[in-house]
Design a protein around this ligand. Structure first.
Ligand SMILES: [Zn+2]
Length: 432
């Protein structure tokens, strides 16, 4: 918890200093695309660089003339690299056992302690302990428990309900019991597990940050104001962007399965936000409402978390004679501030993993689990320092982004064990 607090405080301090030092702990296990002093802050790049400039030639086609710094692309032994990465992945899968379940249960208990502290103190006037505890509850539930369970990281062992085939799926009851957040779990599985992981850095990647924030980059306002808008978006991005955009991907999948044609003005690659859904500005926005019914979206996607977290959870406080309304309002304020904090924490530890001019983007697709696929996961993801449960918990295990993209369905423990071995393989290769 203390490490987490320190990490959040450091991150907020980083934001204060023009968001420049967010990349300070960034560690490319296997790649050093540019000298360290040229590593740019991811967020700074989101605001200043155009997407065109971020498209480094990396289609791996031999006919393309490569820049000297990209010469390694032609020299790499893709088949040999794939063989070693595949073998290590299989070894890590095979080693998944009871120790991984015990480790998961430990992380779940840390999450539960945060939840217990937060809920039992939320009646108090807004205070850092309650806010951080409530924020950690939401953060750990998503980034560590749901994220790895939904990927199938614990499907090889008996980890009870933490199996991707049923975790949080099928009913509102299951969602509330297993993982209740803004995103609908079925929609998350389509958007994240399938599209983001198997189209990383491509146009079909729904989380292509530089494209999704192009509107902000192109806004005709002074740069300091852009940072202000970025900070405001950070505090609400899960409900504002992730909830509608994940649901959009689920709806597109359903429409295609049913053989229905998407509306002419609807751009399936454009990120959908709450603003577009409820305050459409053009024909493209209007077309979104045909694919995502706003009322259905509010009832199916937003209502379970909105009601359970912000109304039903603090509601019993209203029963306290005389003090009820005061205690209830304290709790709601604590919950709202915790919601903003967990959004910022999530943004910092997630968005910076795939954004920045030091990470490659791609114009075409490759075969999953091929040599090119593995290379792309490495050069389009960034790792951050880790190695201990406390440090990894503070970053939601998102600091193993390279390993997670190479092998999306491992347990948290196997990422810790596999990271140094993958680093060794990469260092032996020509990947830079
Ligand atoms: Zn993932």
């Amino acid at each position: 918890m203390i490490l987490r607090l320190i990490s959040i405080l450091l991150a907020l301090q980083a934001l204060k200093h023009s968001l420049q030092v967010l990349a300070a702990g960034r560690r490319h296990h296997c790649i050093q695309l540019f000298p360290p002093h040229l590593l740019s802050s991811s967020i700074d790049k989101m605001l200043t660089a155009s997407l065109r400039h971020l498209y480094i030639h990396c289609s791996l086609a031999p006919t393309i003339k490569l820049d000297p710094q990209d010469a390694w692309i032609e020299q790499l032994d893709y088949a040999g690299f794939a063989k070693e990465v595949t073998a290590l992945g299989k070894e890590l899968q095979k080693n998944t056992g009871q120790a991984d379940v015990d480790h998961l249960n430990k992380i779940v208990s840390w999450r539960n302690i945060a939840a217990a502290i937060g809920v039992s103190t939320m009646w108090m006037p807004p205070n850092p302990l309650t806010i951080i505890a409530l924020s950690t509850w939401t953060y750990a539930s998503w980034t560590m428990i749901a994220h790895h369970a939904c990927h199938g990281g614990y499907n090889r062992v008996d980890a009870g309900k933490f199996n991707s085939r049923g975790f949080a799926l099928g009913s509102v009851k299951k969602r509330i019991e297993d993982w209740c957040d803004w995103m609908m779990p079925e929609a998350w599985n389509v958007e994240h597990n399938r599209l983001h992981h198997y189209h990383l850095g491509e146009d079909l990647d729904p989380d292509l940050v530089e494209r999704n924030l192009s509107f902000l980059r192109e806004m005709d306002i002074p740069k300091p104001l852009k940072y202000g808008v970025a900070l405001a978006l950070m505090s609400i991005w899960k409900s504002y962007y992730y909830a509608p955009n994940t649901f959009k991907e689920l709806q597109i999948t359903k429409w295609r399965q049913e053989g229905r044609e998407l509306p002419t003005n609807f751009d399936p690659n454009e990120p959908v936000t709450l603003r577009m859904l409820f305050f459409p500005k053009d024909d493209g926005d209007e077309a979104i409402a045909e694919v995502i019914n706003p009322t259905k979206f509010m009832l199916q996607v937003m209502a379970p978390f909105l009601l359970t977290r912000f109304i039903f959870l603090p509601a019993p406080l209203l029963l306290f004679p005389g003090l009820g309304p005061t205690l209830f309002s304290h709790a709601v304020v604590n919950l709202v501030l915790a919601e903003m904090l967990t959004n910022i924490h999530g943004f910092i530890t997630i968005v910076t993993n795939h954004a920045g001019s030091d990470l490659y983007k791609f114009r075409d697709e490759v075969q999953p689990k091929s040599g090119s696929f593995y290379v792309r996961q490495v050069v389009s993801s960034a790792n951050y320092n880790g190695g201990s449960d406390l440090l990894d918990f503070s970053q939601g295990w998102l600091n193993y982004q390279i390993e997670h993209h190479v092998w999306p369905d491992l347990s948290m423990k196997q990422y810790q064990l596999g990271a140094p071995k993958l680093e060794e393989i990469c260092q032996k290769s020509t990947i830079r």
